[in-house]
Design a protein. Structure first.
Length: 292
């Protein structure tokens, strides 16, 4: 069993990005600029945004954090998005999800200029990704593809089961694993209504778990030598930790790991690669790689 170290992989990629940014700036080019909009004080969102700001520093990017209280109106938030769309110095920006209940998330996502949508959530980017055109790819799926490639894990022709059908992970992950230039695998998507979920998992060479239920994948669902990618990050109470909680994956790690050829830990697996992918997308935005 080999542990897939997302932390080390992300650090290596960020170092490469930092070198490239140095060269761009040395040749008189513009320093890439990522802005993040944070609404309210959700603990998970605070952590993610803090890590994104630190990653920007590591990559040599300029970063801007715009904070609002959770009583901000939808119109005010749309006005902020419009400003960022028009700001020529901002190459890419994200609006951290989830948003308060009174704000229509989809409306906000669609208001973002798709050429600055480094989260890869805008329908234009989602559509382009689905048919294999150059675009910003949703950060978590892109991070997983990068990890599989980095570790030389064979995906072509393999049976891949994806647990979860969210717009952020499950659906784009299935699209990428299916496509020739990325996964080239045979893909099955399972979710809470799937009747043969355990049987599908037992036949899988690769399981990507993004179902949001701690310890959902157990040893009896995994065949010997399978590759397991755990996207789950649920906060579970833990009195032994200073924070009072620990992050728990969708996979029951201790019992599943011995059966695997490769497995990602939580934390330190997919999480760091998600932020690293956002940095890759921001660099691409700064270089106008996909959209002129």
């Amino acid at each position: 069993m080999q542990l897939i170290d997302g932390k080390a992989t992300a650090a290596a990629i960020k170092a490469e990005i930092a070198e490239e940014v140095k060269e761009i700036v040395a040749q008189g080019g513009k320093q890439p600029h990522l802005a993040a909009v944070l609404v309210g004080h959700d603990g998970g969102s605070e952590t993610y945004v803090k890590n994104k700001v630190l990653a920007c520093e590591a990559c040599g990017f300029k970063s801007t954090l715009i904070r609002f209280e959770d009583n901000i109106s939808e119109d005010e938030l749309l006005c902020c998005v419009d400003k960022l769309n028009k700001d020529d110095d901002v190459d890419g920006f994200i609006v951290q999800l989830p948003l308060p209940k009174h704000i229509d998330e989809q409306k906000i996502i669609e208001a973002i200029d798709y050429r600055k949508d480094v989260d890869g959530f805008h329908p234009i980017n989602v559509g382009r990704m689905a048919i294999g055109l150059p675009c910003f790819i949703s950060a978590t799926p892109l991070g997983i593809i990068t990890l599989l490639k980095h570790y030389g894990i064979e995906t072509s022709g393999k049976k891949c089961v994806i647990l979860g059908r969210s717009n952020i992970v499950g659906k784009p992950m299935a699209q990428l694993m299916m496509q020739k230039q990325y996964g080239d695998a045979t893909v099955t998507v399972c979710h809470s209504r799937s009747k043969t979920l355990k049987e599908e998992c037992r036949a899988a060479d690769i399981i990507i778990a993004a179902i949001g239920q701690p310890d959902f994948v157990t040893a009896d669902m995994v065949k010997e030598g399978a590759v397991i990618v755990d996207v789950g990050t649920t906060r579970v109470p833990d009195a032994t930790r200073k924070s009072g909680f620990r992050l728990n994956g969708d996979v029951k790690f201790d019992e599943v790991a011995p059966k695997c050829s490769y497995i990602t830990p939580v934390p330190g697996g997919v999480g760091p690669m998600t932020i690293c992918s956002l940095m890759k997308n921001t660099l691409a935005a700064g270089k106008k790689e996909y959209y002129k």
